[in-house]
Design a protein around this ligand. Structure first.
Ligand code: TYM
Length: 328
């Protein structure tokens, strides 16, 4: 069986973009692959975090994974910092990375632009991400579009390592879903929907109350043409709503365009909002049942143990190939 690995940062409440671009795929993939899903808290600390808030976000993300449908009998769910092999192999992958290629990462450029005192971990974020993936002999990595560049670097680092030492790592493929890989802001639909948008109306959070979701979608930026058709350049707002509706209802965009041929934006927005609420309401219900339960800790304990077992094997192989430590 082929292996899937993916991670999400516990850096705030997840957005509906995270759900459509990543989590929704995870739930579908666990049926056919050996899956590892990670709460990447060590990635989250590349920018300052409040310690209590971080703890809360880690737990909340674990509950959201399960509430969204990750089944611990089928997939391994764990916290990155509870598997030390990640930072250990992360260091090794740094020895294979060039400063120039890390500086070219758009996420690094965005997060460091105009700032003084940029943490070096923001630059070395991608070698840690490579380590996450490579530890599990991963074949496919389902992510949203914004992670594509990091995945290409992961492949380069794996190939570079394999050429220099032995063929230790499986070189992973990026897996980006056809619809939903780049959900845009509701208010500025030319930029991506993000956890950290200052404008609260721009982002649907997975734990937003239904009333709030409906309000946000109804006030989403559109255009004055009045025709529901997909054209991301001329009509980014309507196109984004079509993408959302297509993704949550698993209906091709072409069919939706036909369905809404003579229907105005008001009704269209109402239908998008209803569809989003239909998906999120049961997830929210399960979330609140899980958040304070022992089940959550049991799943994370089990995930930690499985992940450590697999990751330590790969780490040992990589260390041996490089001549680290002693002969055992
Ligand atoms: P993060 O935490 O920013 O996002 C988690 C996942 O959500 C996707 N995503 C989106 N998809 C569609 N539309 C959007 N607006 C949107 N915003 C976010 C992201 O592409 C991602 O798949 N570096 C990663 C975390 C990570 C990781 C890994 C991922 C660490 N190690 C190993 C895969 C494999 C990140 O910051 O994702």
């Amino acid at each position: 069986m082929e292996t899937i690995f993916s991670g999400i940062q516990p850096s705030g409440t997840l957005t509906f973009g995270n759900y459509l671009g990543a989590m929704k795929q995870f739930v579908e993939l666990q049926e056919d692959y050996e899956c590892y899903f990670c709460i990447v808290d060590e990635h989250a600390i590349t920018v300052p975090q409040d310690r209590l808030k971080l703890r809360e976000n880690i737990r909340s993300l674990a509950a959201l994974y399960l509430a969204s449908g990750i089944n611990p009998d089928k997939a391994t769910l764990f916290i990155q910092s509870e598997v030390p092999a990640h930072t250990q192999l992360g260091w090794i992958m740094q020895t294979q990375s060039y400063i120039g290629e890390l500086e070219r990462m758009t996420q690094f450029k965005d997060k460091s632009a105009g700032k003084e005192g940029v943490p070096s971990a923001l630059l070395t974020y991608p070698p840690l991400m490579a380590a996450d993936i490579l530890l599990y002999n991963t074949n496919h990595v389902p992510v949203g579009n914004d992670q594509k560049q990091h995945l290409e670097l992961t492949r380069d680092l794996a190939e570079r390592f394999n050429r220099k030492y032995n063929d230790i790592f499986t070189v992973p493929e990026v897996k980006i879903s056809e619809v939903g890989a780049r959900i845009m802001s509701l208010q500025e639909p030319t930029k991506k929907m993000s956890k950290s948008d200052a404008n609260q109306k721009a982002t649907i959070y997975m734990l937003d109350e239904p009333k709030k979701i409906i309000k946000k979608i109804k006030s989403a930026m559109t255009d004055s043409e009045g025709i529901v058709r997909f054209d991301p350049v001329e009509k980014p707002g309507i196109s984004n709503l079509l993408t959302i509706l297509s993704s949550v209802t698993n209906t091709p965009i072409k069919d939706l365009e036909k369905q809404y041929e003579n229907i105005g934006y008001g009704q269209f927005k109402q239908d998008v909002a209803d569809a989003v609420v239909t998906v999120l309401e049961p997830i929210q219900q399960r979330y609140y049942e899980l958040i304070d339960s022992d089940t959550l800790d049991e799943v994370l304990d089990q995930g930690r143990d499985t992940a450590n077992r697999v990751a330590n094997k790969t780490l040992a192989k990589a260390k041996k190939a490089m001549g680290l430590g002693r002969v055992v």
